[in-house]
Design a protein around this ligand. Sequence first.
Ligand code: NI
Ligand code: MN
Length: 227
Amino acid sequence: MNITFYGHSCFEVEINGKHLLFDPFISHNPLASHIDISKIKADYILISHGHWDHLADAIEIAKRTNALVISVYEITEWLKKQGLENVHPMNIGGKKIFDFGSIKCVNAVHSSSLPDGSYGGNPMGFVIESSDKNFYFAGDTALTYDMKLIGQYRKIDFAILPIGDNFTMGVDNAIICCKDFINCNDVIGMHFDTNEYIKIDKQEAIRKFKIQGNKLTLLEIGETISK
Ligand code: NI
Ligand code: MN
């Protein structure tokens, strides 16, 4: 499994030869100006919620790649109005098997509206299971007891968690999430440093995870790692 970070909450995960793109927000992110979105591969685009910093490039990349766009029903309906046809609606609690593995939508405690003010349904996180590895992409969320259910019923090999605080969990709550709730000590951080509200001390964050026996990886924008 290869994981590429495109800044903010955008990751491309290659599983069993398929490319899953999460929360594309690249061309409007000044930190990601070196990323050429016309080169990004996508078979599936997963959108956690309707905020601009999670879907700004979704329509353009979906139109070019013809990727299947997966999100909550209200967002896929909105995307259809923007001209996308290849969409798959889901909602919290639902699991669906695709050719790479499966997606289960889980609760995220946040808000959601589309860029034009339309209702965005409920924000979600995604649990991805595959013959390779299982992981949890939390989206924008607070720490919530619902995360205990994720760790209770399946093995999570790694988790992609927001750590920027202010709009989502910060570092201390993300440590509680991985250590006490989802039972996964391997975390990739997201939703930090993109703007003034969510600037963090990266070395301090890594150190805090480490003293609790957990690993925090903060990827450079454009960096790929294998798991
Ligand atoms: Ni948000
Ligand atoms: Mn956000």
